[in-house]
Design a protein around this ligand. Structure first.
Ligand SMILES: C[S@@+](CC[C@H](N)C(=O)[O-])C[C@H]1O[C@@H](n2cnc3c(N)ncnc32)[C@H](O)[C@@H]1O
Length: 230
């Protein structure tokens, strides 16, 4: 696991190409995965959501589309600063959307101030996950829900073999070619391989103190959606 500063440098270097690479490397499935995440999160008018590790704002946008008030936070300013223009381009300029540079392990928000927290493709990069979970529990209202969208472990052997080939052979080459940065897209499959699988992540959340922990596999477990309640 690289240190936080290295993660920030890595995302700062690819920020301008991050969106296009997401869409190309996932074959467009990223939109479907964000849509499923937002639906599962319970985002709705009148609900206040914190999107942690929001990056360039696509995960936040999926929440805003369901009518939630969204506060987006990320510790890489070069990523987060691209969000407001994207919101405006998509016609969401009128919605309340606020950004703030913050580490998931030390959130600058009051206790019990959010109905929901989401973190999409971010928790894998956090150095001390238990510290982030403690912060999520602190800023969630009682009964509020954490929703994690993250790469996971494919559940079908044939899919796993294909995915291994794709993520180890194709993805780093295409990523390096489009972004001009070889390290970020070599780090991505490595970090996915060392990240807990579906059951282990659920156990981590229960150990941290979340109740009613559940998960759903998307696209055969290439990604998974985990939820837990405060
Ligand atoms: C792969 S991007 C995901 C962005 C967005 N959520 C999405 O779905 O496209 C991961 C983001 O996590 C952020 N990140 C990594 N570690 C973090 C931490 N400890 N605190 C806050 N943000 C973090 C990075 O800066 C990066 O913008």
């Amino acid at each position: 696991m690289p240190e936080g500063r290295q993660v920030q440098q890595m995302f700062s270097a690819i920020a301008g190409k991050y969106d296009v690479l997401n869409h190309v490397l996932s074959g467009g499935a990223d939109f479907w995965w964000w849509w499923r995440m937002a639906r599962r999160s319970g985002a709705a008018p009148g609900k206040r959501f914190l999107d942690v590790a929001a990056g360039t704002g696509d995960s936040s946008l999926a929440l805003a589309r369901r009518g939630a008030e969204v506060i987006s936070t990320d510790f890489t300013h070069a990523m987060l600063r691209l969000g407001p223009a994207k919101f405006a381009r998509k016609g969401f300029a009128g919605l309340i959307w606020a950004s703030s540079d913050a580490d998931a392990q030390q959130l600058p928000f009051r206790d019990a101030s959010f109905d929901g927290i989401t973190i999409c493709y971010g928790i894998r990069n956090v150095e001390a996950r238990p510290r982030a979970y403690a912060e999520f529990l602190r800023v969630l209202r009682p009964g509020g829900q954490l929703t994690i969208l993250e790469f996971s472990t494919p559940v079908f052997p044939g899919l796993k073999a294909f995915y291994d080939w794709y993520s180890l052979r194709v993805l780093p080459r295409v990523g390096a070619w489009i972004s001009g940065d070889a390290s970020a897209y070599t780090y991505l499959p490595e970090s996915i391989r060392t990240f807990p699988d579906q059951a282990a992540l659920a156990k981590e959340l229960e150990t941290a103190g979340f109740r009613e922990v559940q998960w759903t596999n998307l696209t055969g477990g290439i990604v998974a959606l985990h939820t837990g309640t405060r």
